[in-house]
Design a protein around this ligand. Structure first.
Ligand code: ZN
Length: 295
């Protein structure tokens, strides 16, 4: 293993940890903003017993797993929303590190790498702000509205991503462009990729609902807002599939479908977020590994 490979692994791990911390802060925002409480000060506490949480209770992802999703003090189950958002944000940052490794590792001019890194971080923090907004309006917005908002945000982020990629590499001469094609071809490719990815995710969700729920309830699942239609993890599955490219999306959708069926329905879906993250990771890295073997 050479120095660059070690640096790459360190960068990926640190990106994941940073993402989990951002996810944790995202959770704080989701809970405190609707209650008009400050997000910068004050201790976090258990929603049920009011016990102030210590440092060990606040480690993103690990605390939730170590405590088995229960409060250390009163043993009340803690919402799986925490670990879902933390693990998904960690995954987003890991993907960012993987797809833009050259930015972190280019030894020629480290200063030149700082700007794209800052821009990407800002972009991802923006996505988290949007997640906060989406989760806050979760109880009021309709499923279709939430899904279309998420897909539009995804489209905007990906367009920004690629425009930045082209602008930074071509105009400023930083690194080699990941894409080199005309703007219109780029837009069409991107749109097709997102639509196909979203369709794959949607098929997986429909199949999962058909298999695990009473099929008669399917139409209600997509229409009704009062029965918490479009479970957040289903929504994320569709958006994730739209983000990662067609072939990784197929793998992600398959892992999601299998774990969704294995876990079943009802309240026993705490670990779905982890399976969803795992599906996206397996899809993305599996495909990258396959490409490496072939190419
Ligand atoms: Zn408690």
């Amino acid at each position: 293993m050479n120095v660059n490979q070690v640096l790459a692994i360190i960068n990926i791990v640190m990106a994941g940890m940073f993402g989990a911390v951002i996810g944790s802060f995202t959770n704080v925002c989701i809970y405190r903003i609707p209650e008009h409480r400050t997000i910068v000060k004050g201790h976090s506490m258990c929603m049920t017993c009011g016990h102030e949480l210590g440092a060990l209770d606040l480690v993103p992802i690990f605390s939730w797993l170590c405590l088995g999703g229960k409060c250390r003090y009163c043993k009340t189950p803690i919402s799986s929303r925490y670990i879902k958002i933390e693990s998904l944000t960690a995954l987003m940052y890991i993907l960012m590190a993987c797809t833009h490794l050259s930015m972190f590792l280019d030894p020629v001019d480290p200063k030149a790498n700082l700007f794209p890194f800052v821009v990407l971080c800002a972009l991802f923090i923006m996505i988290n702000i949007v997640i906060v907004e989406m989760m806050i309006m979760k109880d009021t917005g309709s499923s279709m509205f939430r899904l279309s908002t998420a897909l539009l945000i995804d489209l905007a982020v990906q367009v920004l991503f690629r425009v930045l990629d082209v602008a930074l590499t071509e105009k400023l001469g930083w690194g080699t462009p990941a894409v080199s094609t005309s703007a219109s071809a780029l837009a069409v490719d991107l749109l097709v990729e997102i639509l196909i990815g979203a369709a794959i995710g949607l098929v997986a969700v429909v199949l999962a609902v058909l298999i695990t729920n009473d099929p008669k309830r399917l139409s209600r699942y997509f229409k009704s807002d009062k029965t918490r239609a479009f479970r957040t993890s289903d929504l994320f599955a569709i958006v994730l599939c739209a983000c990662i490219g067609v072939i990784p999306a197929i793998i992600c959708a398959a892992v999601y479908l299998i774990s969704r069926i294995a876990i079943g329905t009802g309240k026993n879906v705490k670990y779905l977020g982890i399976w969803l993250a795992a599906g996206a990771a397996v899809g993305y890295f599996g495909y990258a590994f396959f490409n490496m073997l072939v190419g």
